[in-house]
Design a protein around this ligand. Sequence first.
Ligand code: 5RP
Length: 223
Amino acid sequence: MNQDQLKQLVGEAALAYVQPGTIIGVGTGSTVNCFIRALPQLPFKVTQAVSSSEASTALLRELGIEVLDANAVEKLSVYIDGADEIDHQGFMLKGGGAALTREKITAAMSAQFVCIADESKLVHTMGTFPLPVEVIPMAAAAIIRRFARLGGLATLRLKDGKPLLTDNGGHIVDVRGLGITNPLHLEAEINQWPGVVTVGIFAQQKAQVCLLGTATGVKTLKF
Ligand code: 5RP
């Protein structure tokens, strides 16, 4: 099976975590798109969701699912999202799609985080994939210098030659060269730098379950 087929497999496997009559949290990315497109296969209709990006919102609405403002919801039954890397403790590195801030907010509202990923995403130590960090634009250069002092090479993510603008009006810096050996500690440290909106380490908001697409089928990892 190729990577797209594995994404399809785990997207469909995540349907088992959707309970009738509940509001679900929906992440962002190509794996989550497979999950969203599979929702009509359920024997009941999912009517309401909170979404982590404009892109997922558009796809949910195409399927007739109402997308609620997060402020109007107290708790979500489950949050389904992909990851750029996930380790053997359920800690994740996310933000390849620049949606990390809304992803972390939605994950924090949810009783359970179910990560869906193909097996290429499972790692022992995170940090091979460049770490995304959403920043307030005026702080970008200072934050890039702070990462250099930690031994990381941070660059501003560009789109069409200009700094990429997130759904929140922020910029993204991508940091290479950090071996993330203590995700909880590094997340807490970067979080308190002035101008950091969200760091793409999901250690506080780790996954409770990972549905991992492998050549032999879906493996369920519990953390
Ligand atoms: C978006 C994310 C995605 O979950 C992550 O980039 C994985 O994406 P894909 O499913 O396309 O591989 O964090 O901000």
